[in-house]
Design a protein around this ligand. Sequence first.
Ligand code: PFF
Length: 450
Amino acid sequence: MAEQKRDGFSSKLGIIVATAGSALGLGNIYRFPCEAGTNGGGAFLIVYLGIALLIGTPLMISEFVIGRRARSNPLSAFRRLEGKTSSIWSIIGYLGVVCAFLILAFYTTVAGWTLGYLGKAAANQFAGQNLAQIQQQFADFTGHAWLPLFCQMVFLALTAMVVMRGVKNGIERYSKILMPMLLLIMLVLCIKSLTLSGAGEGLRFFFWPDFSKITGRVLISALGQSFFSLSVGMGALITYGSYIGRNDNMVSSAVGVTLADTLVAVLAGVIIFPAAFTFGIRPEAGASLAFTTLPMVFQQMAGGYIFCLLFFVLLVIATLTSTISLLEVIVATLTEELRITRGRAAIVGTIGTAIIGVLATLSFRPDSPLRLGNNTVFDLLDHLTALYLMPLGGLLIVLFVGWRMGRTNVLDELTNSDSLPLGLRRGIVFVVRYLAPVAIAIIFVSQLME
Ligand code: PFF
């Protein structure tokens, strides 16, 4: 009975599209190039690819397994699977909700920028500008007294509106149409970037690994980035997994989503690094990297105005599908745990996020007191979640699925009760039991000791 009342995805494609919608976002287009740029380019890429495929995908599958088996939010999922009224493993759920809340707070800072940049694109404010002017625009926008805050609040309100309408009407419908369009426009941008004069240098930086640059910091940054990008390690996909149908193939869904997510991140690198080297922007520029290189590329393109506009429309939507999944973690938990309506839960979650989110956005002002040493509140939230909470959550999730749920139960989920072939799925269980926890633990501890 309880199962029938839960909202669910209407088709097999629904879960892939919705998970891809959660995964694809600023993590790929904004955060990935930023991390690759500050962590040695090619060295980062190779570690990133290894981790995303070998640890990220099995972790995504693990979250699906927990979600579909328990059919509930990340908090009560562990109680249900343990068959007890309280379970120590529920800590994963609590960690996840806190993590979703903190990510949403700083994520909507940049989400707000995408809205602001959509406005700039519509007003054709990049046309004829040189690099210094484009960089100044970024500094002026992010340091403006109220504009970035306003954009952030609009973004949060949009997210809340979609989430209030529920899973089927909201998430699925919005995700389905527009992601392929984003991919297409990124391909066009890639072609343009590859014809720029700094293409060779940019590609060398991005693809040529200098192994001596692989440090503990690079390893944990790549681990954090891959978890962040795939939306794993915090239970967001436990919630989505709880909406997967009995006959859906969750292994192929997870593999498909990881491949699409990785493709978009790599495409972002292929667009941004050649442009950075062409226009003389340092790859370690950090927060401003995507927001200065991209307008410069559009400016050089035939039909740049329209492409730029379209790109920012799609980026806003890709970002929205990610913020929706973050708020959904909070809302699913509040509605089921406190038995309040979706609407109420969405409002509570949004107001809570807005309070911390304001601090993240204000910390970008040049004279902001919201700094600890060189780090802004924004950086602190970003590091706390991606470098600590998500790796920790990921570790606990693979330990739970690998060692606590029972091999038979896990294989039963993976094979849809023996209706799918076992072969590869045994390998997944092996990775979840041994490789993933050991690798996450080693990387996590090595950064603590650095
Ligand atoms: N994966 C998203 C991105 O790459 O932009 C960010 C994200 C969404 C992280 C949802 C975590 C999450 F639960």
